[in-house]
Design a protein around this ligand. Sequence first.
Ligand code: GLU
Length: 429
Amino acid sequence: METQKTLFADAMTRLDDALEHVDISADAIERLKFPKSSLSVSLPVRMDDGSLQVFQGFRVRYDDTRGPTKGGVRFHPGVNLDEVQSLAFWMTFKCAALNIPFGGGKGGITVDPKALSKLELERLSRAYIDAIADFIGPDVDIPAPDVYTTPTIMGWMMDQYSIIRRQQCPAVVTGKPIALGGSLGRDTATATGAFYTIEALAPKFGLDRGAATVAIQGVGNAGSVLARLLFEAGYRVVAVSDSKGGVYDPKGLDIPAVQNFRERNRRIEAVYCEGTVCNTVGGQTIGNDELLTLDVDILIPAALENQIVAENADRVRAKYIFEVANGPVSAAADRRLNARGIPVVPDILVNAGGVTVSYFEWLQNRSGLYWSLEDVDRRLKQNAIAETEKIWQVARERNIPLRTSAYVHALRRLGEALEAKGTRHYFAS
Ligand code: GLU
């Protein structure tokens, strides 16, 4: 059994690995080991049946050296402070790695949003903003969507903050509906950024679009859009799953047909369509654990953290892993995969498209000038490819795994900003 470390302790080992390869002051290292501030709140919500239920909420601002803290809000039964702090730590490195001028933050509420009515969900979202309003702001900390939070929820949150401040504050939250100041392309940004990273690395890995097989765990916002983008580009998507299970067909799935079926029937099946006639034949039902050990070229965990851990890492047969979820591969699993020569392209690079377009949304809200989808996409693509190339170069120069090189790349920027404020060396001379 993998020793039970907290998620944050596990996340910190990635920092330790990178520190060996970067020349950064001891002061900067010390600063990056602790969150700047954390807030835990109780959220009393009036339920539809008249009863009162109290939910637990969190917001962590990990580091704001490079700009206001930035990161999503997660609604999930498993949310706790350790997880939110880890996610805020990852956001710090994600923004630095992609040169987004933000620090890292994250929030969450311990709740099963599927068990709430829409009105209850709205009251909960507004209660969260009431509780954290003094902790956030367009120049302080900017929430966004994450697991099980939607543009509608972001709209309520922005509206509630604006009510509290008695002025329109669109830039306080990103991922809003377009009608409330959202950016074109934000809803598909995480998947689109991941797609550009995969496309940038595929030739280096010797992968060929037309032949490469792909398995995707999780068809939430990121996983479902990415499945479609890969399918349309000619990759053979052979397996997809949601929290209830999935489907596998070595010949390749008809992704648009599978997605239409899932939207109508709320379950995944291998559907194939000829014209308007669709049949559910051929696919084999598989569990989430099985999907992770399929013999494919590219494995994409796009659900939650700690999916590939010490217990199942040796059974992984994929040639390459691209982390679309945050933290899906534990540090112990990483070591086993590295030893077996299976490259893991890290979350802080692969899923950074979301925060990249959140930054564009924030810029548009502040300038009042709104961009076309082409402009958003061009800038997203340019940045994703440029930073992927730099991280690839660092990995090659130092002969280190891509995760370590992404942290080294981020640490250089963070270190420079921390050192610009003065270090022991500066004050002692
Ligand atoms: N929740 C997303 C992430 O983990 C997006 C954060 C944002 O847009 O601020 O990167």
